[in-house]
Design a protein around this ligand. Structure first.
Ligand SMILES: Cc1ncc(C[n+]2csc(CCOP(=O)(O)OP(=O)(O)O)c2C)c(N)n1
Ligand SMILES: [Mg+2]
Length: 762
């Protein structure tokens, strides 16, 4: 048997196993809840040839693959046949603890290189992984990594974030990136509009990619070369997607008639003659002969891609959704499942005996011999650098009035002089200067894979924009999806490439929501990084509602895999950032989201630095003002606890002072992380209960933050006391800060007022 014949047999097996795996999950294994399990037989079938060519021929050990998410059964089948999964694992598709519905590195790290699932995001994060690997080569001299191969559905390119990524200048430089688009002309609901392929090609070409298209298979191409063949080609090329899908569904006789009949309804004699010698079944097969199912053409395309050394490559591989299955090309096949008898027929035609459904290749088979000779698939290397030393604190002095944003800039400045700096990379989507990265960029330069000349270099400038492979800041266009997906890619560098990198991204806090699903995807994929989001809240008051963030604290509390911080003082920002970087450098730490402000805060209000202060900051809150020892303090009548986060801490301190004049004695708790405090509630001895002492039982709570009130609204319930939760619960607007604080009820007067109401109007 030729290698090609063996590969063709392998793809039949991949098709069989992927279809059967889904059938088993839906119909054969116990399903007590009697729900549809799902599993995408049609979407899997359109990539079996592409996956076979990759996993049984083209892949090298250092290649990373991001698989089309809903082709996962076919991918799992290939992994099984490569000996990386057991038959039992296939039986557990979509079950608890088993193979995930969509490839997840977090859940199935042994076989999944890169997570995919939410259309467009995995593909772009994978592509940015190629950028991260290039950065690593440029900075740490590691060996050049293998290719990043990204497989996507044709309708997946409808997601705008794909275009946003292609538009980035630096992506054009990623010479080790190969995308394979599964052009099956179908999405979930509809047949893809005719113009899309042209637009997609143009988009990649305009972005500087090398484009390969695999339209028709070689059998059909042979026919095209015969007399009259050109007419057939012209006819098929001109057929709309809708009409072509219809051709795929026509019964044999109808297909011939449709092909030889011109638009005007006349029979084309030439065509009729050309097709005359071809039987009905063979004709149906020919019309469905697409390049993306022609393994030799796919392999040739991979070779061509390999010869392109100066740009990324995309292969548009035309395929059939439902290839080899009874619902091939059916517009409604996305969620369709084969019936039991159809599965039986498929089994017989695949040469699989009853009872041998899960069998792999017999050891003595030619398929098994081919598999044995293949190079191993990617396995993540052990980290090449054992530890990155991140100091616990810096000897940095902060101005008497300092914002957390300024503190962030100063911390980065101080870090830039330490050895740890070589591992830090910063990323911003066109807001580096306004998020206080200028000092860092001046010192470290901007990363670009080749040196760029800077015509402004000779002129005195507040910030030098020096672009070279040595730079350590990456500047993106205004696309927050790109920001988070690039952070996501860098945050996996240690895991995938063995080189720890400490990524820090900056953006305006209100625009966290612009990139939120990318942030979610990056975290879901297991990545870890620091996000510094500034300015935040309504504190940068003239900026108005479009630039003020209200709902981000809730997002910070709710997002898994990342700790949300809202510090008040400069030194707190320092401790939190250093702690977060330490976490990233090691195995255990989570990503960190620092919600920072431009509001300058009187640093004399902070406690003197001490281990206890630092520990409280990192646990999420500390007691800043202690009313318990004050004369006349009575938890039953005149005591109140004020919990304030971030920039509202000074407001709470001033409220406490005002309240004392009225005989109300307030303790102030500065909440540095509503997230930590909330999560701590599930610990056997919640930190919140240690923070508030037993003699404060029953003391009511006022909470406040420059953001939606509900982020701290759990405190009263957790302590079992009455609470008033203050915050910004409406859109922001322009004004003086005092106006806005008063309007939204987060200033000292509002806090004091709420406390007095809680105490019965004292
Ligand atoms: C962001 C997002 N929106 C919607 C979906 C639901 N969805 C899953 S597959 C699909 C159609 C994808 O079509 P295509 O990329 O062409 O893949 P095919 O199944 O045709 O291979 C949709 C809309 C999703 N997974 N992610
Ligand atoms: Mg499609």
């Amino acid at each position: 048997m030729s290698r090609l014949e063996i590969l063709e047999r392998i793809q039949r097996k991949v098709l069989w196993l992927s279809t059967y795996m889904v059938h088993h999950a839906n119909n054969l294994r116990p399903n007590p809840e009697n729900v549809k399990i799902g599993g995408h037989q049609a979407s899997s079938s359109s990539v079996v040839s592409l996956l076979t060519a990759l996993y049984f021929d083209a892949l090298r050990s250092d290649d990373l693959v991001a698989v089309k998410a809903h082709g996962s059964p076919a991918f799992y089948a290939a992994q099984y046949l490569r000996g990386r999964l057991s038959a039992q694992a296939l039986r557990e598709l979509r079950s608890f603890g088993g193979l995930q519905a969509y490839p997840s590195r977090r859940k199935n790290p042994d076989v999944v290189d890169l997570s995919t699932g939410s259309m467009g995001l995995g593909a772009v994060q994978a592509t940015f992984g190629a950028l991260a690997s290039r950065y690593i080569v440029d900075h740490f001299g590691s060996a050049p990594p293998g290719r990043v191969i990204v497989m996507v559905g044709d309708a997946e390119l409808d997601e705008g974030n794909v275009g946003e990524a292609l538009a980035e200048e630096i992506v054009e430089r990623l010479t080790n990136v190969l995308w394979i688009v599964d052009v099956n002309r179908q999405s979930l609901d509809r047949i893809v509009p005719d113009g899309r392929l042209r637009q997609m090609r143009a988009m990649f070409e305009a972005a500087g990619w090398h484009v390969i298209e695999l339209a028709w298979g070689r059998k059909l191409q042979k026919l095209f070369a015969e007399p009259g063949g050109e007419r057939l080609r012209a006819q098929l090329d001109a057929t709309s997607n809708l009409d072509y899908q219809r051709l795929l569904r026509l019964p044999a006789g109808g297909l011939r008639k449709a092909l030889v009949t011109s638009r005007e309804g006349r029979a084309d004699r030439m065509l009729d003659r050309l097709l005359g010698n071809i039987g009905d079944a063979a004709l149906a097969e020919l019309v469905a002969d697409r390049g993306g199912h022609d393994i030799q053409m796919i392999l040739d395309a991979f070779e061509e891609a390999g010869r392109v050394a100066d740009k990324p490559v995309v292969i548009f591989a035309h395929t059939i959704k439902g290839w080899g299955l009874p619902f091939a090309g059916d517009p409604l096949n996305h969620t369709a499942l084969l019936t039991a008898s159809q599965v039986d027929q498929l089994r017989a035609s695949a040469g699989v005996g009853a009872g041998a459904e899960w069998d792999g290749f017999a050891p003595e088979s030619e398929e098994a011999a081919l598999v044995r000779k293949l190079p191993p698939l990617f396995a993540a290397p052990a980290p090449r650098v054992a530890t990155v030393e991140v100091p616990a604190e810096l000897e940095e002095n902060y101005p008497a009035e300092c914002s957390t944003q300024e503190a962030f800039g100063r911390v980065l400045g101080a870090l830039s002089r330490l050895p740890v700096a070589e591992r830090i990379v910063t990323v911003s989507a066109d807001v580096a200067v306004t998020t206080h990265l200028a000092g860092w960029i001046n010192r470290k330069g901007v990363y670009f894979p080749v040196v760029k000349t800077n015509p402004f270099a000779g002129e005195p400038q507040a910030m030098q924009w020096k672009e070279s492979p040595a730079g350590q800041h990456i500047e993106l266009g205004i696309a927050e999806h790109n920001l988070f997906l690039l952070l996501g890619a860098f945050g996996l560098a240690r895991e995938l490439y063995g080189e720890p990198v400490l990524p820090i991204g900056t953006l305006y806090d209100p625009f966290v929501t612009r990139g939120l699903d990318a942030l979610y995807h990056a975290l879901y994929s297991g990545s870890r990084f620091v996000v510094a989001a500034t300015p935040s809240g309504v504190s940068l008051s003239p900026e108005g509602g479009a630039h003020q963030s209200v709902i981000t604290p809730g997002i910070g509390v709710a997002l898994p895999g990342i700790v949300y911080w809202d510090p008040a003082f400069a030194v707190e920002t320092e401790w939190i950032l250093l702690d977060a970087l330490r976490g990233l450098a090691g195995d255990g730490g989570e990503a960190a989201y620092l919600r920072l402000s431009t509001r300058a805060v009187d640093q004399s209000l902070a406690p003197p630095p001490s281990p206890a202060y630092r520990s409280g900051v990192l646990r999420g809150a500390y007691r800043l003002v202690d009313a318990r020892g004050e004369p006349g303090w009575d938890p039953e009548t005149n005591a109140v606890s004020l919990f304030a986060a971030g920039v509202t801490v000074p407001e709470a301190v001033h409220a406490a002072r005002a309240l004392r004049e009225r005989g109300v004695l307030a303790s102030v708790f500065a909440v540095t992380s509503p997230d930590r405090l909330y999560r701590g509630l599930r610990e056997p001895r919640p930190y919140l209960e240690t923070l508030v002492s037993a003699d404060e039982e029953g003391v009511p709570v006022v909470s406040v933050l420059d953001g939606h009130s509900h982020a701290l609204a759990f405190i009263g319930a957790a302590l079992g006391v009455p609470q008033t939760a203050l915050g910004v619960d409406d859109f922001g607007q322009s004004g003086a800060r005092a106006d806005l604080y008063r309007h939204y009820g987060i200033d000292a007067a509002a806090i004091a007022g709420a406390a007095r109401v809680l105490l019965g109007g004292v």
